[in-house]
Design a protein around this ligand. Structure first.
Ligand SMILES: Cc1ncc(COP(=O)(O)O)c(C=O)c1O
Length: 453
């Protein structure tokens, strides 16, 4: 079949990559070290050991280009991987564009998003260390669901702090987690010191990912049997997600194509890193591939933040990371893409953006929802509101290609489905979705509290 006749590009199971790709091996500027939040000295493994499993700490600082995926994790991946790469014929036709649009569909995982790619190895490495319980935060609920399932696979107890605004917007996500046997509470919660403090200061707070992280880390520090697990931002999470982009490269080879632009939405940065980083070596060798991260205009860490050391959470339990940040006290408006409401950005994505290897764009939520609706009507899949940011950017690239008479090859990451986000779409369809102006004043205030390093 010719390239243009194919709709599903399916990689055989025996071609599932056996290694994760670690972009730290190829960074033109090495990553600035994480710092101890109290001493401000570079972190050593002893700083992280109370929080994370040892193998994950080793991966966090590794500069090996390829790290082998354990056999047990590889077997679990096979339940849904390799995931399909689709050619968006319907969307192309609706846009009447000469561009070729492809999307990598991560919503085929049992939990409906890319998050399981990292949840499984994270829980696996905790299991082999004898950990009995894992605490975590979740924004949209996708990460919490993924961690809950992975914990059930390895018989570990899961404790999930879910950002309150999403907890209220998406009751079915809590049920999803509870089906896997996890406990899920709204954050801020009365269960931790950080939660009680936030509730005392503002009983009506919508919560933030930064605050939910504080609660989950506090929970882990306070118990011998518990470690913490983070669903994005960190180097090892971005590396686990590299399975996505490695598969995409093989799938594009199958149709004898190569992307001009690779697009992903950016919350903490992991699904974008996952699809984009495996293209970095090609780019460094001179290939003209653009890597585009898309964030919400209401929480634009890359496009409006500063590149500085900041805390990953509100209460100050996490290391200081050098990243693009809006300040750890920034409370993003309660937009529907809850998974993109994080004040910072992965240090790896941040450094590569700073070095000009990555581009970024910020979009309003109504534009993203209209793109999601066009996508649903032409391709059939209702996307997660987070992923709709990547769809909007892909559509804009395809329209621009048409205007310029250039047949670009566009690949984007459809990081998850939106089957549990229908309340957000209901709001959109009834004209209730607001385009929230970026709160510049709140940003100025929040940046004042950046740690002095
Ligand atoms: C479907 C989906 N896509 C994207 C994201 C953003 O996270 P990240 O930037 O780590 O991929 C989330 C986070 O919850 C998500 O649920």
């Amino acid at each position: 079949m010719s390239r243009d006749e194919l709709t599903k590009i399916i990689l055989p199971e025996d071609k599932l990559p056996k290694f994760w790709y670690n972009v730290q091996a190829d960074m033109p500027t090495p990553l600035a070290p994480g710092l101890n939040p109290v001493t401000k000295q570079p972190l050593g493994p002893a700083d992280l050991a109370p929080i994370f499993a040892n193998e994950l700490i080793a991966q966090e600082v590794s500069t090996e280009r390829y790290i082998e995926i354990p056999k047990e994790v590889h077997e679990e991946y096979k339940k849904w991987r390799p995931s399909p790469l689709f050619r968006a014929h319907g969307l192309e036709k609706a846009l009447d564009t000469p561009c070729r649009i492809y999307y990598k569909y991560e919503g085929v995982s049992p939990v409906g998003s890319h998050k399981l790619n990292s949840a499984i190895p994270q829980v696996f490495f905790n299991k082999i260390q004898g950990i009995k319980r894992i605490s975590t935060e979740t924004g949209a609920g996708q990460w919490g669901t993924a961690l809950s399932l992975a914990c059930k696979m390895y018989d570990i107890e899961a404790m999930v702090y879910m950002v309150r605004v999403s907890y209220n917007q998406k009751p079915y996500r809590r049920i999803f987690m509870e089906m896997y046997g996890a406990t899920c509470v709204p954050s801020p919660s009365p269960l931790t010191e950080s939660g009680r403090k936030a509730l005392a200061e503002n009983p009506d707070t919508p919560g933030t990912l930064g605050l939910a992280i504080s609660e989950a880390v506090e929970d882990a520090i306070g118990r011998e049997d518990t470690k913490y697990s983070l669903g994005s931002v960190l180097n090892h999470v971005c590396m686990h997600q590299s399975i996505i982009g490695q598969e995409v490269k093989l799938q594009m080879e199958m149709v004898d194509d190569y992307p001009d632009v690779v697009i992903g939405c950016c919350g903490g940065g992991s699904n974008f890193a996952g699809i984009a980083f495996p293209f970095i070596p090609d780019k460094l060798k001179g290939k003209k591939v653009r890597l585009l991260g898309v964030e919400p205009a209401a929480c634009p860490s890359l496009t409006r933040g500063v590149f500085a050391y900041d805390l990953g959470d509100v209460a100050g339990f996490t290391p200081l990371l050098k990243m693009y940040t809006l300040g750890h006290n920034f409370v993003p408006p309660g937009i529907h893409a809850g998974g993109l409401r994080y004040h910072g950005e992965s240090p790896l994505v941040s450094q590569l953006y700073h070095d000009g290897l990555i581009e970024a764009r910020a979009l309003m939520q109504n534009d993203c929802f209209s793109a999601a609706q066009l996508f649903a009507q032409t391709e059939g899949i209702i996307p997660a509101p987070e992923s709709s940011h990547a769809i909007r950017a892909a559509i804009d690239e395809a329209i621009q290609g048409k205007e310029e008479g250039v047949a670009r090859s566009i690949v984007f990451n459809l990081s998850g489905h939106g089957h549990l986000d229908l309340a957000a779409y209901d709001n959109y369809l009834s004209g209730k979705t607001e385009d929230i102006e970026f709160p510049e004043e709140a940003l100025k205030e929040s940046l004042k509290t950046l740690p002095q390093v």
